[in-house]
Design a protein around this ligand. Structure first.
Ligand SMILES: Cc1cc2nc3c(=O)[nH]c(=O)nc-3n(C[C@H](O)[C@H](O)[C@H](O)COP(=O)(O)O)c2cc1C
Length: 342
């Protein structure tokens, strides 16, 4: 028996790519590029958008690209196509992070539909959250979201939360002393009208209780934020993986976006706190010694006010030409780390 594969038309895949660009990224650097060819989309890391001071190894860049890969997979599924993916499909091309293939039509599941509906409503929320505890069932769904993407999400207990926040504040101070940090930060923040970076309107106030380490995205702008008391007992989550290779960072990014969208679907506000994972000496302290896990991201979740989105680059800036002779030939067939489905 022969199976007929009906890939989506190019316009549908372009729409899916546009949706993928709504993913979160470190400093809204949007460090990705896409190539659409037939029924597949190749997702690349854009090295010109790598934050070399903050993210020397490129870990957060790959987390950001991973978040875009998950969003792309979700968009394809919610458009009614089965979706397969391979991470780092070409051994000689480390910037080619994922090959996502849309093949035959498949019914859209309620879960995919719900997560896809959350994509335009997910925004980083740097404002105080209400003093309402996040229910256990909601946290269980977030943990399950991470697990489905091969990561582990831990909910900090009160002592763990205080320790993580303390480490985050300490890391924030160390980062400010890192040579080149301020100049790099200035490139991605400030008042200029543009379609990347974090605009001052997306920056929240600083915590008047000096507990939550909100990254000060107005630091280099003319506008300065006021202090406001944040929730005294924030819900803090730590996203971890079982190993710490580039493929794990991409998985962590996919898990991050699945967790964030699952939170958004549950009306939970979210704020990544990455300072403690940006200082290696601090990053190791986030995890119990001997647990065998590697901290990839810290998150704060809760019930917050509505926030606006940040800008995104147009499709024309992130699309690569569809033809590339280098990837023609039998090497295409090779598969390394394989993925799964939404
Ligand atoms: C790897 C990574 C690290 C991030 N670190 C922080 C952080 O430390 N503080 C923060 O406020 N936001 C952080 N963010 C959120 C980004 O700043 C945010 O995704 C980006 O500005 C786009 O805005 P949006 O999330 O509202 O779409 C991080 C996001 C990613 C993917």
């Amino acid at each position: 028996m022969t199976t007929t594969i009906t890939p989506p038309v190019r316009e549908i895949l372009l729409d899916c790519v546009r949706t993928a660009t709504a993913a979160p990224s470190v400093h809204n650097s949007q460090p990705w590029k896409f190539r659409v060819r037939g029924g597949r989309v190749d997702v690349y890391a854009d090295s010109s958008r790598h934050l070399r001071v903050l993210d020397e190894e490129g870990r957060e860049q790959l987390i950001s690209v991973g978040a875009a890969v998950f969003t792309l997979r979700l968009a394809i599924r919610s458009n009614g196509y089965r979706c397969d993916y391979t991470l780092f499909p070409e051994p000689g091309e480390p910037d080619l992070v994922a090959r996502v293939t849309a093949n035959r039509p498949a019914p859209v599941t309620a879960a995919a539909e719900a997560l896809a509906a959350a994509v335009p409503h997910r925004h980083t929320n740097r404002w105080p959250f209400a003093q309402i505890p996040v229910p256990r069932e909601a946290l269980d769904r977030l943990r399950d979201a991470a697990r489905r993407e091969g990561a582990v999400l831990a909910v900090a207990n009160p002592a763990g939360r205080d320790a993580v926040l303390r480490l985050a504040r300490h890391a924030d101070q160390r980062l400010r002393r890192r040579p080149g940090y301020r100049d790099e930060f200035a490139r991605w923040t400030g008042d200029r009208v543009r379609n990347d970076g974090v605009p001052p309107r997306a920056a929240g106030p600083w915590d008047a209780l000096e507990s939550v380490p909100v990254r000060d995205f107005t630091e280099v702008s003319a506008q300065h934020q006021n202090g406001e008391p944040f929730e005294p007992y924030p819900t803090v989550l730590v996203l971890t993986t079982a190993s710490d290779r580039p493929v794990d960072w991409v998985r962590a990014g996919q898990a991050l976006q699945r967790v964030l969208l699952t939170a958004t679907w549950q009306d939970l506000a979210t704020m990544p706190i990455s300072q403690p994972v940006e200082v290696p000496a601090v990053r190791w302290l986030l995890i119990e010694p001997g647990s065998g896990l590697f901290a990839q991201m810290v998150l704060r979740v809760g019930y917050g006010r509505t926030t606006e989105g940040t800008p995104r680059r147009p499709l024309s800036e992130v699309l690569m030409p569809s033809h590339d002779s280098r990837t023609d030939g039998s090497v295409r067939a090779r598969r390394r780390a394989s993925g799964g489905s939404v």
